[in-house]
Design a protein around this ligand. Structure first.
Ligand code: SAH
Ligand code: SF4
Ligand code: F3S
Length: 476
């Protein structure tokens, strides 16, 4: 219940801010030191852990999915809200017990909380031996060596260039069907509530050739879906050194779509200020670019959006929704992020968030109560003056509305046939498989003779607010 008031997951998938940790899988290699990584926060962090695993494998480590068996434990942390950090601190307390049993165990903090707190983490948490920020992952083997001599090791330098483009990530805990490809790092927007620009540094785009190569490799390895990741994918921008080749996000999307028509392409996150008609037309042109856009709103009120420094207003946001519907039709899945109780938000302004949601008819959403982050513009300039119980009550209203809309949006699929990419066995029953349709909705259906990685046609017969249920039909 407590989690419900913080955020609602109307989709059983991973997404920014969901603070459920993820771990990497096992590699049984005799005689090697074993690394255990636990990732918190957004998809970027999960994707980064795969890079860290690759760096560490090159340095002679094997990975394990059991913290008890590890010689080295990394927590790849998130700082987006206070509760994300509290979760990591509690985990460190548990690890203390482990360390008592095994004094040679080393603990490293990676990611956004490591970057935010830097050496302060070493002072506050005795158990931590290594602190490495998001741009310091190549340096980790050296930091481990340093820590092995008994010193504490820290690298929190942020880079303007690092994209880890040449490092092939290790997909250890993957379903073998869907994968993330990081296309850019950092963020140059300064949303006043957000800690990301401080923890991930300046925005930089990765070489498109290395992105396409990674997508090709994944397809050859049997993967059938890639998600292109960035904090603001629409501002992807790359130029060759001689200036002859210029690639924006629409071009990149097209290049990845052309890898193979059987490779689905998704992307996240789109910023309402930057998403262009060119991107929408590219989506319309290629069947394998999924009809789904995650378009965080944060608020439905123009004054609050201005205080948030989102650089668009309500009308602009609604205009983008209209363009999506005009170019991609009503079928395009749209999800959002919403924050309740930002500094000075009134009841009327909160109502504007609800009416914006009703207008947009979002398929699902990720909804949060505002959590002041030290060092951000909002923390410096505005009072965090909406009482906690009011934030929670507003959040619950937002969640209730979203639940209703999600159910309505899902009911529209009943009776229709959906193309589904099978991702694995349903959590609820061994006899069922699950996958996702074009709009990113989870579809559950009886297994039959199908397996993960297959594309199947499923007629939807029933639904909840989170899931579509159906039967496979054979159509040629
Ligand atoms: N780059 C993405 C968002 C990344 S953070 C974008 O611009 O939309 C993921 C989500 O966490 C945000 O969309 C926002 O809704 C939420 N969030 C970020 N900072 C927050 C804070 N201080 N309090 C509450 N929610 C926050
Ligand atoms: Fe944070 Fe805004 Fe950047 Fe998203 S666009 S990561 S909300 S600063
Ligand atoms: Fe992601 Fe959390 Fe960092 S949402 S970018 S891991 S602060």
């Amino acid at each position: 219940m407590e989690r419900f008031t913080e955020l609602t997951i109307l989709q059983p998938e991973d997404k920014e801010g969901i603070e459920e940790p993820r771990t990497l899988g096992d590699e049984l290699v005799e005689g090697k030191k074993r690394l255990y990584i636990e990732s918190y926060g957004c998809q970027m962090n999960f994707s980064d852990s795969e890079i860290v695993a690759a760096v560490m494998r090159n340095a002679g480590f094997a990975t394990t999915s059991s913290a008890d068996e590890a010689d080295l434990i990394f927590l790849n942390t998130c700082a987006i809200r206070d509760n994300a950090e509290q979760k990591v601190r509690n985990r460190l307390k548990q690890l203390n017990t482990l360390k008592k049993k095994k004094p040679e165990l080393m603990v490293g903090m990676l990611g956004c909380m490591a970057e935010r707190l830097k050496t302060k983490l070493l002072e506050e948490e005795q158990i931590v031996d290594i602190v490495a920020g998001p741009d310091a992952y190549r340096d980790i083997p050296k930091l481990v060596e340093e820590a092995e001599t008994g010193q504490k090791a820290v690298n929190v330098f942020l880079s303007r260039e690092e994209t880890y483009a040449d490092i092939a990530p290790i997909r250890l805990n993957s379903n073998g069907v869907t994968a993330f490809i990081s296309i850019m790092r950092g963020c140059d927007n300064m949303c006043s509530f957000c800690v990301v620009p401080f923890t991930r540094g300046r925005e930089r785009s990765r070489d498109p050739h290395s992105i396409v190569r990674e997508a090709e490799q994944l397809f050859n390895d049997g993967y059938r879906e890639v998600t292109l990741l960035g904090q603001n994918v629409d501002s992807y921008k790359w130029e060759s050194e001689n200036g002859e080749e210029r690639v924006n996000f629409a071009h990149l999307l097209e290049r990845v779509a052309l890898v193979n028509p059987d490779l689905r392409v998704r992307f996240s996150t789109s910023h309402p200020k930057d998403i262009t008609d060119e991107v929408l037309y590219t989506m319309a042109k290629y069947d394998n670019i999924c009809n789904y856009i995650h378009l965080p709103a944060q608020s439905g009120n123009s004054r609050i959006l201005k205080l948030m420094n989102r650089t668009y207003d309500r009308e602009w946001y609604l205009g983008k929704i209209d363009r999506i519907r005009a170019i991609l039709g009503d079928d395009c899945g749209i999800s959002h992020d919403m924050i309740s109780g930002f500094c000075s938000e009134t009841e009327e302004e909160h109502q504007d968030s609800l009416t914006l949601m009703e207008y947009a008819r979002f398929d699902y959403g990720y909804m949060f109560a505002y959590s002041e982050r030290p060092g951000t513009l909002a923390a410096k300039k505005y009072a965090d003056d909406v009482p906690e119980d009011v934030k929670k009550r507003r959040l619950n209203e937002i969640i209730a509305l979203q639940q209703r809309m999600s159910l309505e949006r899902n009911q529209r699929h009943i009776g229709k046939v959906q193309r589904v990419l099978v991702e694995g066995t349903s959590k609820r029953s061994e006899d069922d498989l699950f996958g996702r349709n074009d709009q990113n909705k989870v579809v559950v259906f009886p297994r039959g003779s199908h397996q993960k990685g297959d594309y199947v046609n499923v007629r939807v017969t029933d639904c909840t607010a989170a899931t579509l249920l159906g039967q496979v039909v054979n159509i040629e």
